[in-house]
Design a protein around this ligand. Structure first.
Ligand code: ATP
Ligand code: MG
Length: 173
């Protein structure tokens, strides 16, 4: 069921006629509703989430629904791949002409050799484990695509056993 939904979404956003529904909105208006969806899962797994969004960030032009999907995918991964007792943090900052959003976890991390492939469709580091955790390997390819649509980009840094940071860069226009 998840696969079908993901595929539908991916093909929808890749179809030619697809355009962004841009709104100039505060970042918190995108992040807060998504955080709410993960409240129970975080509690049940004993993973703590810290939110650090400074006051005074400019509003940015975003497709609200697509950007919610981006945050949703990154948080879903962070929770899946972070063992109990771990931490996740979401923080935002201004970097030159970009708004930067970091989703950081203290999870299992990713070996360097996988990093160049992570955003490819259906790519999963550990197929057995990902299947157990319910993944199809589409989440990050959707994230990358949506950031590209916004003239932005996504980057990752990771250390095995230490955790991962996924960083989004969205232009402030
Ligand atoms: P889906 O998102 O379609 O449910 P998925 O989560 O397996 O499936 P992606 O979100 O595209 O797929 O992630 C690809 C792979 O990257 C994952 O299977 C996992 O191996 C690795 N990965 C992604 N995020 C993290 C993370 N925060 N920590 C460790 N590994 C990660
Ligand atoms: Mg995922």
């Amino acid at each position: 069921e998840y696969l079908v939904n993901d595929l539908l979404t991916l093909s929808a956003i890749e179809s030619k006629g697809e355009t962004l529904q841009l709104e100039k909105i505060p970042l918190t208006s995108v992040i807060n509703p998504v955080l709410h969806l993960f409240k129970d899962r975080l509690e049940n797994k004993h993973v703590r989430l810290n939110l650090n969004i400074p006051e005074g960030l400019p509003d940015i032009s975003l497709d609200r629904i697509k950007m919610e999907q981006v945050i949703l995918n990154l948080l879903d991964n962070a929770i899946k791949f972070t063992p109990s007792g771990g931490n996740i943090s979401v923080q935002a900052s201004l970097e030159h002409d970009f708004l930067r959003i970091d989703v950081k976890d203290t999870g299992i991390g990713i070996e360097p050799k996988h990093l160049p492939h992570l955003f490819e469709r259906f790519y999963r580091v550990d197929k057995g484990r990902s299947r157990e955790l319910g993944g199809t390997g589409l989440g990050l390819s959707i994230v990358k695509h949506i950031l590209q649509m916004h003239d932005g980009r996504v980057a990752v840094e990771s250390d095995v056993g230490q955790g991962s940071i996924f960083s989004l860069f969205i232009p402030i226009t």
